[in-house]
Design a protein around this ligand. Structure first.
Ligand code: PLP
Length: 407
């Protein structure tokens, strides 16, 4: 069996999620129907909503089911922008960090191109953490024109946690709502929507051991947004579409399992991660750990740049040796591109191309880490022999084919 070290892309279904889904899939009933089958489905949806809300420190009425993190991000950013602009037409500014996932980044850029948004990018430091001084300065500049701030809870590539408490305090002082993409943080670190002060927060099922294709937006009860999707008026008329009962049940079961073992699991994963980091830095002396150190990063994330090699070559060589990892960043139909996150952190393109991300999850073991450490030196030696070959032609063809896929 290959060793899977890409849990940030998607993690395996938790046994409790599988059981809950199997049970729900053999039943019928639309949760919006009034007959017995519909009411039974509705009950399961509402019980699941309660479990998920408990796991996120939210009230059940604050949860809007979506098809995943991408949809939740789109709904939050577009919906808040349209709502705030409708309330006051001059509110067209969006403050967004430079290291957001493309689900937020591209949404913000779309609003800029098509809806008259004016985006202010909030830079990050060398660890990928937002610059609070710049944020404070930008919030002080024409705050009446700011529609929203959007800053992720934890970065999906380098794992750095963001200073959200300060972000919310600064934005709250000038009455600006904050959205946070918590897709990588939910289920991995303690997170409490009620005390966070956030207006909206996105989460996703398949990152925590639930199924792919389900997610949620937590939306504070006093916050309104314009729906993106119209139809049957489900989810408080904010997100129309028949609810996916089985996926919702699986998502809730996974969230309950994560919440029940959050403390022990984060300690266990952080210990595995630290062993992995120590081992990689020993095995490849030129490797550099990227992102915040220790408790400033997700417990299951280790991200490095390896000098003189192309991240994709290393990925393929590790894969051949039985270890599945990721470069952590965008790829356009197989053409490697340097990560926008690493570039925002101040790395040059060549260094950024040597990126490799190893992420651990509920199924990870100490043996997984030792296997990586055993095969890494040879894979790295071979990848560096290939060096940056093909790099020039990659640059020329990048952007001309396919679409990026990022996790
Ligand atoms: N936001 C972050 C930080 C992510 O890591 C991902 C995962 O790819 C997403 C959003 C998108 O979530 P989903 O795959 O559920 O659409």
């Amino acid at each position: 069996m290959p060793v899977y070290l890409d849990h940030a892309a998607t993690t395996s279904l938790h046994p409790a999620a599988l059981a809950a889904m199997t049970d729900a899939l053999v039943r019928t009933g639309n949760p919006s129907s009034l007959h017995g089958a519909g009411r039974r489905a509705r009950r399961l949806v509402e019980e699941s909503r309660e479990s998920l809300a408990r796991a996120a420190g939210a009230h059940p009425s604050e949860l809007i089911f979506t098809s995943g993190g991408t949809e939740a991000d789109n709904l939050a950013v577009k919906g808040l922008y349209w709502q705030r602009r409708a309330e006051s037409p001059e509110r067209t500014r969006i403050l967004c960090s430079t290291v957001e996932h493309h689900a937020v980044l591209d949404t913000v850029e779309w609003l800029e191109r098509h809806e008259g948004a004016e985006v202010t990018w909030i830079p990050v430091d060398g660890s990928g953490v937002v610059d609070l001084d710049v944020l404070a300065r930008e919030l002080a500049r024409e705050p009446q024109r700011i529609a929203l701030v959007t800053i992720m809870w934890a970065n999906n590539e380098v794992g750095s946690l963001q200073p959200l408490r300060q972000v919310v305090e600064l934005a709250g002082a000038v009455g600006v709502p904050v959205h946070s993409d918590a897709v990588q943080a939910f289920g991995a670190v303690p997170l409490d929507f009620a005390s966070s002060g956030l207006a909206a927060m996105s989460v996703s099922g398949h990152k925590i051991g639930g199924p792919v294709g389900i997610g949620a937006l937590f939306l504070r009860r006093d916050v309104k947004l314009v729906p993106v999707q119209h139809g049957g008026g489900q989810e408080r008329d904010v997100r129309s579409g028949t609810l996916d009962t089985a996926s919702i049940a699986g998502f809730a079961a996974a969230a309950e399992a994560c919440a029940a073992s959050l403390t022990e699991e984060s300690v266990r994963l952080a210990a595995l991660r630290d062993r992995l980091i120590e081992g990689v830095l020993q095995a490849v002396p030129g490797a550099v750990l990227r992102g915040s150190p220790g408790s400033g990063r997700l417990p299951g994330n280790a991200h490095f740049t390896f000098p003189g090699c192309e991240g994709d070559s290393l990925l393929f060589l590790l894969d051949m040796a039985g270890v599945e990892s990721s470069t952590g960043s965008a790829c356009t139909a197989g053409v490697p591109r340097p990560s926008h996150v690493l570039l925002a952190m101040g790395l040059d393109e060549e260094t950024a191309r040597g990126a490799q991300r190893f992420t651990l999850g509920h199924a990870s073991t100490a043996d997984d880490v030792e296997t990586l450490l055993r095969v890494l030196p040879a894979a790295y030696a071979q990848a560096s022999k290939a060096g940056m070959a093909g790099h020039e032609s990659s640059i020329q063809t990048a952007g001309t084919v396919g679409r990026r896929a990022e996790s």
